[in-house]
Ligand binder design. Sequence first.
Ligand SMILES: Cc1cc2nc3c(=O)[nH]c(=O)nc-3n(C[C@H](O)[C@H](O)[C@H](O)COP(=O)(O)O)c2cc1C
Length: 191
Amino acid sequence: MAQEALRVVGFAGSLRKGSVNRLLLRAAARAAPSGMSVIELDISGVPMFNEDEETVGPPEGAVRFKEAVAAADGLLIVTPEYNSGTTAVTKNALDWASRRSRPGNVLDGKPVAIMSMSGGPNGNGQNARAQVRQAILFPGAVPMPRWDVGAPGGAANFDEAGNLINEALAQRVTQAMVRFAEWIRLVAPWE
Ligand SMILES: Cc1cc2nc3c(=O)[nH]c(=O)nc-3n(C[C@H](O)[C@H](O)[C@H](O)COP(=O)(O)O)c2cc1C
């Protein structure tokens, strides 16, 4: 029997035009297995969280982001590491996503895959990924237990057109996306 198509949304936790994490997100989207689509969300319009604004009525930028996550079968987060943690951009988006204000806590029951890329030769963003994992558990998200992707090397992993040219990394990304499709189908009834 044919399986339902999976709709995943993803965001890069960097607003930088040349973000290598956005390139990794796009590479992951292209590597999605058949039956899974990945739509990239632009989170530059999600304002800094302010509970006063939320009380009056959440800003449209936050609501639009949350509605996109709510409508998706899974969420892919690709974030840089800043000072041994995740970025403010990533954490801010997750804080909005977790709130009860319109359209509610959109992380509850949401399968999540986490990836990160460092600009330098040594790090792979493991602290950023660990912080993301910790932050989404309380709101009820269901992160894939294994198959996170973390990579060093930044722009050296891509050609000028933004294609992922690190073959070993490309294989890990492809494998992670296959596992993510399996994970979404496994935990979907949990919602
Ligand atoms: C404020 C700041 C802190 C950083 N801290 C780390 C760090 O702790 N670990 C790391 O691997 N890279 C760190 N970097 C370097 C980033 O990995 C690099 O800038 C990367 O390209 C950012 O991702 P992006 O290209 O997607 O914006 C830091 C960069 C900035 C701007």
